[in-house]
Design a protein around this ligand. Structure first.
Ligand code: NAD
Length: 356
């Protein structure tokens, strides 16, 4: 079948189309707007895997009852600086952001706050929560696990999926002259959403990211969607596998949300657990010292002579800022398959996804 070319769309139009589609699915306007902003901001940041292309999955889970609009998270336990939130299958973007507001308030007055999320539908791009803390001068650490059907990421040396792509985010606030440092990535060699985007676009993925059902390396994303099913590899061999496992333990066991071990249910849509620690950097030394060190260190990194002059040294958070500037100006490119999937999903709930 002939593939249609991708189209570019203005981010404001995408925000409006997404908001009205989510409202048609029952969300009140503030929730619809918050989720739409998160998704479109992920596209702007260059992470199409977590952008509006997730809408068909949200529709599928909404219809199955595993995504429930208009949920207010409940605090299960709040012991001063520790809180555990039950997301009640609500939109993770709203619940995680509310939990961050709580943690920011507590960290400001007490120096540190720790929160756990359970039963939260997909929280999206984890860096958004790191940015939320960094914006007000706090640092944050996030470990996330995921449960969305059969696990796709194999342990190092394995050839079968045993975990989700378990992202980790560490965010350090910026200064008057240095932007925040936002490290935010899946512990798999490639985020699953990027495998989906490649599959939809009929493209190969990078070397070393996938193995087929026999354990042989492949760049064909079909091994994740068409039997016989293969697996996504962890990044950094045993190191990435170790981090993925720790994320599973912290976000699944410690927070009380449940790990991916087989006795736990697998058919709950896309559920994320998260362990978050928010820290006020002024509790161990002065902000002046911290900021002077941040400025000096980041400048030192940026002044490194590049191995390839066309590819300068960047710092975490910078690729997203570069993508954002370009996509705000030129629009967000969406491939034809993803576009059709969004349109079909909207029609299936008597909604429209209209960017006119
Ligand atoms: P990625 O591989 O693109 O890595 C992104 C990180 O690396 C960012 O911090 C970025 O600033 C940094 N980076 C990229 N190039 C760099 C360079 N040249 N120099 C310095 N730093 C650089 O990210 P990913 O693994 O594809 O993850 C994409 C998104 O998917 C993330 O936002 C993640 O939170 C999200 N995610 C969410 C879930 C979930 O269940 N909610 C699961 C997996 C991933």
């Amino acid at each position: 079948m002939e593939r249609l070319p991708p189209m570019r769309h203005d981010h404001q139009r995408l925000r409006r189309a997404t908001t009205s589609m989510l409202m048609a699915m029952g969300s009140r306007e503030p929730e619809a707007k918050a989720v739409a902003d998160h998704l479109v901001d992920a596209n702007l940041a260059g992470h199409d895997s977590h952008g509006v292309g997730m809408l068909p999955h949200y529709v599928r889970n909404f219809k199955a009852g595993t995504l429930v609009p208009n949920q207010s998270p409940t605090i299960l336990g709040n012991n001063g600086q520790f809180a555990v939130w039950d997301g009640r299958n609500g939109y993770g973007q709203v619940i995680a952001s509310d939990a961050m507001e709580w943690a920011i308030g507590v960290a400001r007055s007490n120096g540190v706050a720790v929160h756990g999320l359970r039963n939260t539908h997909h929280i999206g791009r984890v860096g958004a929560y790191g940015e939320q803390a960094a914006k007000v001068g706090l640092l944050s650490v996030h470990f996330v696990n995921g449960n969305s059907g059969p696990p796709k990421v194999t342990p190092f040396r394995g050839r079968e999926g045993r975990m989700s792509t378990n992202p980790i985010c560490i965010a350090v606030p910026g200064t008057a002259t240095t932007d925040p440092i936002i490290l935010d990535f899946a512990t798999s060699r490639i985020a699953l959403g990027k495998v989906r985007v490649a599959y939809n676009e009929g493209k190969k993925v990078i070397d070393g990211a996938l193995i087929d059902a026999d354990g042989a390396p492949t760049t064909d994303p079909a091994v994740i969607y068409e039997p016989p099913i293969g697996a996504v590899t962890p990044f950094g061999e045993h190191k990435g596998y170790g981090l993925a496992l720790i994320a599973e333990l912290l976000a699944g066991a410690i927070v009380g949300s449940g790990t991916i071990q087989p006795a736990n249910p697998r058919d709950r849509g896309i559920v994320n657990g998260m362990l978050t620690v928010v820290i006020d950097p002024e509790r161990m030394t002065t902000r002046d010292f911290v900021e002077a060190e941040i400025d000096a260190l980041i400048a030192y990194m940026k002044q490194t002579r590049a191995a390839d002059p066309a590819l300068p040294v960047l710092v975490p958070g910078e690729p997203e800022r570069i993508a954002r500037a370009e996509r705000v100006a030129k629009g967000i490119e969406i491939d034809a398959t993803t576009w059709r999937e969004i349109q079909d999903a909207a029609a299936s709930v008597d909604a429209r996804f209209d960017v006119a």
